[in-house]
Design a protein around this ligand. Structure first.
Ligand code: UDP
Length: 373
């Protein structure tokens, strides 16, 4: 395999512009990967909704902004529901631009969890690769991703094995984890501070269980993140004594990490098959151990007893017990795990290797087709 720099077109999430928080963890994935791939010498063109802002360190990337209405998120729709594109939607516009650019690029990498780009995989000549950001949250997506990934295994990558398991794949999945710019996270040696919770405030994130832990321990829970579902937020607040939850709001990474680092533990309570769990790794990068349900990505990111505690899913009593044992966790081990497994460089190299080997697979396939015809 040669190691010449690649020209890669990255296609952002259609859920909102980068920097808005509406795209969830994918926003950070795109920023990290852009930085990491630039650092490896690749040429990057980013196609993203208008208003997108990339963090410092992404100088040199060409950004093509596209105007249009945000895609509705899948989490709030029925599992059996259809794929939707609103009138004036940004999704098809992102893809018109990306496919045009893709004609002269080595590969196009899709970060949007949507029906249209996955369906395009076998229909267009630019080579489309998909970094799938969620599990099988909808029937139509689960089935299409599964079907395409079984036919074109080299075009799909996942964040964790548990996420990939949702798609009934035949081949061993490509798992690339995720990457974080460690310069952005300050390690804090010790903390007797409060408990923290970070994420979109939405039912699949299970905030009510973390709030129950704080209430049981007569403690406070600091909550950071976009309130996706205000009714749900209100309902959670009603389940615990007044003042238990301190709603902090959404902050850029620099502010989030400096506040989060002061927590003695992060509580992570997903009710769905979390694909990865950025906030777990961000907490650990600051030295904050994590107590989480052993469900989805968190179960692969946390080493129980070393970087936090994993407890059986939905077992609030076990969460409470584990939280009282958080001082047994060495905060330095948390930071070290991130340095070894989820740095920008580790992530960008895994993605680079995935794309390079996918290109080789495609070239071998078309060479053998030419030979037999
Ligand atoms: N986040 C942030 N500021 C906040 C709260 C959250 O930037 O105040 C980001 C956080 O850094 C993470 C993302 O929101 O990258 C949430 O990602 P995660 O993978 O945990 O869940 P998702 O929203 O993708 O389901």
């Amino acid at each position: 395999m040669n190691d010449l720099p690649l020209h890669l077109v990255l296609v952002s999430t259609p859920l909102g512009c980068l920097g808005s928080g509406r795209g969830g963890g994918v926003e950070l994935t795109i920023s990290s990967l852009t930085k990491g791939l630039l650092g490896l010498g690749h040429r990057i063109t980013l196609v993203a909704p208008k208003g997108s802002v990339l963090p410092p360190g992404c100088l040199g990337v060409t950004v093509r902004e596209v105007e249009g209405i945000d895609q509705p998120s899948w989490q709030r729709r029925k599992f059996e529901g259809p794929a939707l594109i609103p009138p004036g939607g940004v999704l098809p516009r992102l893809w018109s631009e990306a496919l045009q650019l893709g004609n002269s690029a080595d590969a196009v990498i899709n970060f949007g969890y949507d029906w249209l780009p996955i369906w395009l995989t076998e229909k267009v000549s630019p080579r489309l690769f998909h970094l799938v950001s969620m599990g099988g949250v909808s029937e139509i997506m689960r089935d299409l991703i599964g079907e395409m990934a079984r036919s074109f295994p080299s075009r799909f990558a996942f964040h964790t094995h548990r996420q990939a398991a949702d798609f009934r794949l035949i081949d061993k999945p490509v798992v690339v984890g995720n990457g974080f710019d460690l310069k952005n996270y300050e390690f804090k040696f010790a903390s007797k501070g409060p408990l923290g919770w970070v994420g979109r405030v939405s039912p699949e994130k299970g905030l009510e269980d973390a709030a129950a832990v704080a209430a049981a321990l007569n403690d406070q829970l600091l909550v950071w993140g976009v309130i996706d579902d205000p009714d749900y937020a209100r309902r959670v607040e009603e389940t615990v004594p007044a003042g238990t939850i301190d709603w902090r709001g959404f902050f850029p990474t620099s502010d989030l990490q400096s506040q989060l680092g002061g927590c003695r533990a992060l509580i992570n309570t997903p009710k769905w098959n979390e694909a990865y769990g950025n906030v777990i790794v961000e907490a650990m990068a600051c030295g904050v151990p994590v107590v989480a349900y052993d469900r989805g990505g968190p179960g692969e990111l946390i080493t129980s007893g070393l970087t936090g505690w994993l407890v059986p899913p939905d077992d609030v009593e076990a969460l409470i017990k584990a939280t009282t044992r958080i001082d047994q966790i060495d905060r330095e081990a948390c930071r070290k795990w991130v340095e070894q497994n989820a740095s920008l460089n580790v992530f960008a190299r895994l993605v680079q290797d995935w794309i390079r080997s996918g290109i080789v697979t495609e070239e071998t396939k078309s060479a053998s087709l030419e030979f037999t015809s």
